[in-house]
Structures are given as C-alpha cells and as structure tokens.
Design a binder for this molecule. Structure first.
Ligand SMILES: [Ca+2]
Length: 321
C-alpha cells in the first residue's frame, strides 16, 4: 500500500456527531493523505467545533493532522448554529477531555488555497458543514476552483428541508457561501437529505458497531449514534441517520452510491425558501440543463454499514498497537 500514491484531501466540518463518524471513516481509510481539518461554525459555534476536531484527533491518535482556523460566522447572516441538536458540546453524550493540541494560526481558506497550489487538479475537499470556509476561499482566490479535483459535500435536499420547510441545515446556515460554491464550476458531488435517509442505522447495526464493547472508537461511535437511532425509531423510521458518514462513503467507495447528473443552484432571496438547493433534472422543459453536480440517489446500505464497522475496527486495532 505504501507505494500507492495517496489522494490529498481536506476535511471541512463542524463536529458534530455525524462529523465525528465521518472523520473516523476518513482516518481509517488507507487511500487518503488527510492534509488538514478546517472546522467551521455550524452545528455549534466555531469554538466548540474546533475543540471537537482537536479532541477527535487526540482520541484516534492522529495528532499529526493539523487543524486550521475556520469561519466563526456565515458570510452574510451572522452566527447560525443548530442549537442543541448535537447536545451541549456537539458530541451528544460523548465527553472527551480538553484537547492538548492546538489550532494552527493559518486561516482555513488560505490553507485550502496553498494545498490546491501544492496539489493542482488532485486536491479533493470533503465538506460536511456549512460551506463558509470554501465560499471565502473561492471568493478570495478566483483561480482556486480550477485547481480542485472535486468537492464532495453533505448538504441540501431535492425535496423537503430538515431545518426550515425548504432548506437543509448546512445550506441554510450559509446560503451565500453555498451559492458561491455551486456556481464556482468545480466538480461537485452532493449527498443530500434524501440519500441520508436511505442510509439509516438500525438497532441491530448499532449492536454490530459496538461489537464486544472493548473498542474505544467502537464505543464512542455507538454512543454518538444511540440517540439518533432512538429518535428515528420514535418517529416510525427504521433507524437513525448519520448524514456526513454518507459523504465519507462516497469518497472511500463511490461504487456504493448511485448518482445522477443535475444542475444545482441555491436560493438566497426567497421569502420561504432561503437556503433551498434548487435541483434541475433533464426533464426541465424551459431550458437545457447544464449539469454541475452529481447528486446521490441510491446507496448500498448494507455495504455502507459494513464499511462503517470496518472503519471503526481499523481505528481500534491501530489504537491497541
Ligand atoms: Ca456536519
């Protein structure tokens, strides 16, 4: 494996319970060189998201991966967070010690640009929070989009939103940034709400993730997911969703996810629809669409769960050595 060139990637996130699982999956995969993590204000304020990123790197023994200073508010709408959806700290019931490692002095958007110049046409960005850091990067460095291989996001919805009636949280939290990113002519891949609902975790999956209960990462992952599974079941679903892990799955093994080519733009003006990802398919009659995004429309759920379990086991095996 060592002589195979690794894929340079930056993880942009707002940890966040499902961000944590996404991070675990990326850290476990041997395919990537994780160049850095760029937290952003989202599920919680930046301070919490930043600390959680540092905590999760310490937990997994990956303190060599640098964390950069991200945006502490949206581009035009102040500080927007998900309140207590992810618990008081952002990691639900999981309590981790204060981090010893620290955030770098460099800003996220500068780091992204530097890495794009260092790895032109190779750098991939996995963005699973509001798109503020990327939006700023694209605004400040107009030549940046053409240097990036792809941006894979969790965000948006073809149909109903989960934060407002029309909008999914990540896009609602910074619609102006999302609009910049979708219009930047960079290859986009979107894992929206619909595919996240397909990729639910059942109570049996949760047991399998925890395994024999001796793995640190296995236990943390199961603890992060328990409330979500209970919440889903109480609402009549078959389990809980962990959105950001779906985007990590696309990065690791895109064959598990079916995509369609669509044109996506973001509404920043609507009275009721600010933050809605407006998706045009080929049956739009008024004009020929110009596809700018691959949108996930189907997932091999069993293989997704297997990949999740394998990732958790890999991290625990590394920790036990
Ligand atoms: Ca997230």
């Amino acid at each position: 494996m060592s002589d195979i060139k690794k894929r340079p990637v930056i993880l942009d996130c707002d940890p966040g319970e499902d961000d944590a699982v996404c991070m675990f999956m990326m850290l476990a995969s041997q395919q990537f060189e994780l160049l850095g993590i760029t937290p952003v204000c989202g599920n919680k304020t930046l301070l919490y998201c930043e600390k959680n990123a540092l905590r999760l790197l310490e937990l997994t023994g990956h303190t060599e991966i640098p964390v950069y200073k991200g945006a502490d508010r949206s581009m035009a709408r102040g500080v927007r967070t998900a309140g207590n959806v992810h618990g008081n700290t952002g990691l639900g019931p999981v309590v981790l010690p204060e981090p010893k490692i620290q955030t770098q002095d460099t800003y996220a958007w500068e780091f992204i640009y530097e890495m794009a110049k260092k790895y032109p046409h190779e750098l991939e960005i996995l963005a699973v929070g509001p798109l503020t850091n990327l939006g700023k990067a694209f605004l400040l460095f107009p030549e940046l989009p053409k240097l990036i291989k792809q941006v894979v996001i969790m965000g948006g919805a073809a149909g109903l939103g989960n934060w407002t009636a029309a909008a999914e949280f990540n896009i609602w939290a910074d619609p102006e940034a999302a609009k910049i990113v979708f219009n930047a002519k960079v290859p986009m891949v979107m894992m929206a709400l619909e595919i996240c609902f397909m990729a639910y975790v059942s109570p049996d999956d949760l047991k399998a993730i925890r395994g024999d209960g001796t793995g640190i990462i296995a236990n943390v992952t199961a603890d992060l997911l328990t409330r979500r599974v209970d919440f889903g079941l109480a609402r009549g679903a078959k389990g809980g969703i962990l959105c950001d892990a779906v985007a990590a799955t696309y990065m690791i093994d895109p064959s598990l996810i079916e995509v369609e080519e669509v044109e996506v733009d973001v509404d920043t003006q609507g009275e009721l629809t600010v933050g809605k990802t407006v998706i045009a398919r080929d049956y739009t009659e008024l004009y020929k669409i110009k596809p700018n995004t691959k949108n996930g429309i189907g997932i091999n759920r069993e293989a997704f769960i297997d990949l999740l379990i394998k990732s958790v086991k890999t991290l625990d095996e590394k920790l036990s050595h």
